[in-house]
Design a binder for this molecule. Structure first.
Ligand code: SME
Length: 159
């Protein structure tokens, strides 16, 4: 039997999770709409050994769940650093999503020392991301950390 208190706690948790996801979706929309070179913008959140695509702007991708160990997305998490690949077609570790993509930047979202997720942006332009983009996205990633951590915790509870 679930108590009223437990029910409310679950309900509030669900509301907080849904708002975090929809806020991240708005962030993805804004980033792509304001930056013509950001052709696809997504936010992946760590869930155990996987990265789960929690929000995105652009075409749907088959890579909604990536095993940590595969692709540039995993590299940003395991090395806890920004991966800025100027020419994805020359990188063997790259996991292809869209034929039109030529460059990609992946910025980890860190909550303290814990990598909880990442911002992933694909561009059709080769060498699309410069050091200003890196600095801007790293700052944004710090601001998003509490929201991403909320989703990370939600996934952990579901497991
Ligand atoms: N290219 C990524 C996979 C995700 S898609 O870009 C949406 C990678 O190499 O991990």
């Amino acid at each position: 039997m679930v108590t009223a208190e437990e029910f409310q706690k679950d309900m509030i948790g669900e509301i907080a999770y849904n708002s975090a996801v929809s806020t991240l979706k708005e962030v993805c929309d804004l980033l792509s709409e304001r930056n013509p070179k950001f052709n696809w913008t997504g936010i992946y959140v760590v869930s155990g050994d996987y990265l789960i695509l929690s929000a995105f702007h652009g075409e749907a991708t088959e890579h909604t769940r990536i095993r940590i160990g595969e692709g540039l997305c995993s590299l940003a998490i395991s090395e806890k650093r920004t991966v800025n690949e100027k020419d994805v077609k020359s990188n063997n570790e790259y996991l292809a999503c869209f034929v039109s993509t030529n460059s990609e930047i992946v910025v980890p979202v860190k909550y303290g020392d814990l990598a909880v997720g990442e911002i992933d942006i694909d561009s059709d332009t080769r060498n699309a991301f410069d050091s200003d983009d890196e600095a801007f996205l790293e700052e944004l990633s710090s601001s998003l950390a509490p929201l991403v951590k909320l989703i990370y915790d939600h996934y952990a509870q579901q497991a």
